[in-house]
Design a protein around this ligand. Structure first.
Ligand code: NAP
Length: 258
């Protein structure tokens, strides 16, 4: 028996780069609960990876989508509309800042770096939610984004990505308010550090992993599967009363003072 049964539900997951991606852990958990999957990847470079992963879940749709290209965002949702007619779940697991902005002084953040980080990592939630909501029916739906504690605390080198995550979390709350009457719930998971492709681009990331392991109440780093499980819960009817929330999946690190 499935603990959570999402058979018949249709989920779009943005941000699968490879098998280490948090987006993949989430997609895998949703598919295991019976969801139909659509996986969007940034560009053709990633297609092979994503195809290989998707083969584990027969019938998954695959589509390229660079979230900074409005045409591609529109085309992605048109593809979904043609294939499924409707959508129940949107998972936004996308972030990017130019590498030089993720080391050194925040004071030196360039306008271009700021714009890129904000556009890819925060505004894209608005752009994709707008399209997703159009496809969500009377039963409503669930929108989920991935964030990090640097939205509210200082993490050296995280720099402009902290600003982007603060904006992202605000978008989650504002959308939760606006979309609540349509029964669309909007939440975020604040994950502890996980060694993924983009996380490795942050200077000092390996030390950060070790620090979390030592200080977190559970005395370990989290596993991507734990993010997948929490995402599954948040997208399921078991979380029907939860919207506008940031849920921490970080082995408890965020409660610590020292
Ligand atoms: P990841 O596997 O590298 O995923 C990030 C994804 O964003 C990649 O698929 C990347 O594609 C995609 N992306 C970047 N620019 C894009 C664009 N313009 N259009 C479409 N997609 C784009 O890393 P991840 O750690 O799983 O990150 C997923 C989410 O979790 C992010 O929001 C991240 O901030 C958040 N998060 C991660 C951690 C962690 O420690 N790993 C902790 C807390 C929160 P490319 O590979 O082609 O750039």
């Amino acid at each position: 028996m499935r603990a959570i049964d999402l058979r018949g539900k249709r989920a779009l997951v943005l941000g699968v780069a490879n098998r280490r991606s948090l987006a993949w852990a989430i997609a895998d958990a949703l598919a295991a609960a019976g969801c139909r999957l659509a996986l969007a990847y940034q560009n053709e470079r990633l297609r092979e990876n994503v195809e290989a992963l998707a083969s584990a879940h027969e019938g998954s749709l695959l589509a390229p989508c660079d979230v900074t290209e409005p045409e591609q965002v529109r085309a992605l949702f048109e593809t979904l509309e043609r294939a499924w007619g409707a959508l129940d779940i949107l998972v936004h697991s996308v972030a990017y800042a130019p590498r030089q902005e993720l080391e050194g002084q925040f004071l030196q953040t360039s306008l271009e770096g700021w714009r890129t980080a904000m556009e890819v990592s925060a505004y894209s939630l608005l752009a994709t939610a707008r399209e997703a909501v159009r496809l969500m029916g009377e039963e409503g739906g669930s929108i989920l984004a991935l964030t990090f504690l640097a939205s509210e605390r200082v993490f050296p080198n995280y720099n402009v990505m902290g600003s982007a995550k603060a904006a992202l979390e605000h978008i989650v709350r504002q959308l939760a308010f606006e979309l609540g009457p349509r029964q669309v719930r909007v939440n975020a998971i604040s994950a502890g550090p996980v060694a993924t492709l983009s996380a490795r681009g942050i200077a000092g990331f390996t030390q950060m992993l070790a620090h979390h392991r030592e200080r977190a109440p559970l005395r370990r780093n989290i596993e991507p599967r734990e993010v997948g499980d929490t995402a599954l819960f948040l997208c399921s009817p078991l979380a029907s009363g939860i919207t506008g929330s940031v849920i921490f999946v970080d082995a408890g690190y965020h409660i610590m003072g020292i």
